[in-house]
Design a protein. Structure first.
Length: 449
């Protein structure tokens, strides 16, 4: 038996040695962040977060036409010192955050990306997409990109947003074995035309999603989630509507640089959800604009947006699964690993003024923004879940400082103060007890290569 095993092993080595050698270039990228933060919510409660996370990526390129990529994430962002219910250290979890294949269809310029990756629609005026944004909550799907002319490129997307494999109901209990129904899924299909001319560039896109009734909690990370805790800026009315149905979106984004260094960015989107079996319909829109003028001492900016909110029938918001980088505290513009005051992408209009990339010391830059936000949600809200009704307003003042310690290491100090002008008269039960100003301070060390 031992002789037979030895012969089989030797034969395997001979076959392996005779196989043609295919050189594969391997490149490594990584990002490690650790954040120390403290904050107070509108309810006056204080808290702190200390956490870290590593992302390690490997690109394996067989040729310019074929490569694969995997990115491992070590630690999801648990608190330092935290343990699970069994007393085990929680910061040893390792997941494949991204896993995809890039290849070009032979004889054509069409590129294909398939797998789990940062999949999103074209970035809006503030840098991400409020319908389907790339970043947190990577998605499985297939993306095809094809250049048509020097000024036109086409993109087609299919992504599976959710399927009946994770949670069974609102209690987030797991399903096993034959309890799964893989026919229940949420799927989105989108096309985008990417345009580029002298002095102007942008994209127009259309998307359609078919949403099954039993995947509501499976897609909680993609079509709305309870973002934050009571006393801060959380909301559930936006995002994924409950129930089965179909959703549609139309949008565009543009960058106008005819008069560089003056640059104007404009974007807009409209979305509609048509529910089945009594599910509530919804439709809404947003428009965004941001102007900047680059100077030797910094870049002054002026911007604003309008996100429709609930009307008296609770139908005025746009279903969304994206991210909005309008501010660094209330919205997604922060670099820290955690920010407790993030809210949904709906229900307010705003005006913002600021100055970015100001530097008085080599390697140290500052961004200062002041943003006034007024609610667009109607006061009539049976579930008392909206944030910022028409009687509510807030002012966010944020100062973000970045010091480049080394070429691959930066320290980011993010400071924000939110002045509270929420209506606390009893019209909106959501705001009762939310009478304090909100503030945040976060220090993040960011290593990447």
């Amino acid at each position: 038996m031992k002789k037979l095993a030895t012969l089989l092993l030797a034969a395997g080595m001979v076959v392996a040695a005779s196989a043609p050698a295919n050189a594969v270039d391997v490149k490594v990228d990584a990002r490690y962040r650790t954040t120390f933060s403290t904050y107070q919510g509108f309810d006056g409660a204080n808290s702190e977060n200390n956490l870290h996370r590593m992302r390690l990526g490997l690109t394996m390129a067989a040729s310019e036409n074929l490569s694969a990529y995997v990115q491992f994430q070590i630690n999801q962002g648990n608190q330092w010192g935290s343990v699970d219910k069994h007393g085990r250290w929680q910061e040893n979890d390792i997941t494949a955050r991204m896993l995809y294949l890039d290849w070009k269809i032979p004889g054509t310029p069409v590129k294909v990306r398939m797998g789990r990756h940062d999949l999103g629609l074209p970035a809006d005026a503030f840098g991400n997409n409020s319908v389907l944004g790339a970043g947190y909550g990577n998605r499985e799907g297939i993306v095809l990109t094809a250049p048509v002319t020097d000024w036109l490129g086409l993109t087609a997307i299919w992504t599976r947003l959710g399927v009946d494999v994770n949670y069974s109901d609102a209690t987030h209990t797991y399903k096993l074995g034959n309890d799964l129904d893989l026919n229940n899924s949420d799927d989105m299909y989108a096309v985008a035309a990417n345009l580029k001319f002298d002095g102007i560039s942008g994209a127009v896109y259309a998307a359609y999603a078919t949403l099954d009734d039993n995947t509501h909690y499976k897609s909680y990370n993609t079509f709305g989630q309870n973002q934050g805790t009571a006393g801060n800026l959380n909301g559930w009315n936006g995002g994924r509507p409950a129930g089965a149905g179909d959703a549609y979106w139309l949008g565009f984004t543009s960058t106008i640089s005819f008069f560089d260094p003056f640059v104007l960015k404009l974007s807009a989107a409209y979305g509609e959800f048509e529910g089945e079996n009594g599910a509530k319909n919804a439709n809404g829109f947003n428009v965004q604009a941001k102007a900047s003028y680059k100077t030797a001492f910094g870049t002054p900016v002026l911007g604003g947006w309008y996100f429709s909110g609930n009307d008296e029938n609770g139908k005025g918001y746009m279903p969304n699964a994206g991210y909005f980088n309008g501010t660094n505290h209330v919205y997604d513009g922060f670099a820290a690993l955690t920010n407790p005051s993030k809210t949904n992408n709906d229900g307010n209009w705003a005006v913002q003024i600021g100055i970015e990339k100001v530097s008085f010391v080599a390697g140290l830059t500052h961004d200062l923004h002041v943003t006034y936000m007024q609610g667009t949600h109607d006061n009539v809200d049976a579930n008392k879940t909206v944030f910022l009704t028409e009687d509510d307003s807030i002012v966010e003042i944020s100062l973000n400082n970045v010091y480049q310690i080394y070429k691959n290491l930066a320290a980011r100090l993010e400071l924000a103060y939110v002045i509270n002008d929420l209506d606390d008269t009893g019209k909106d039960e959501r705001n009762k007890g939310m009478t304090e100003d909100d503030w945040y301070a976060g220090l993040t060390f960011d290593f990447r290569f």
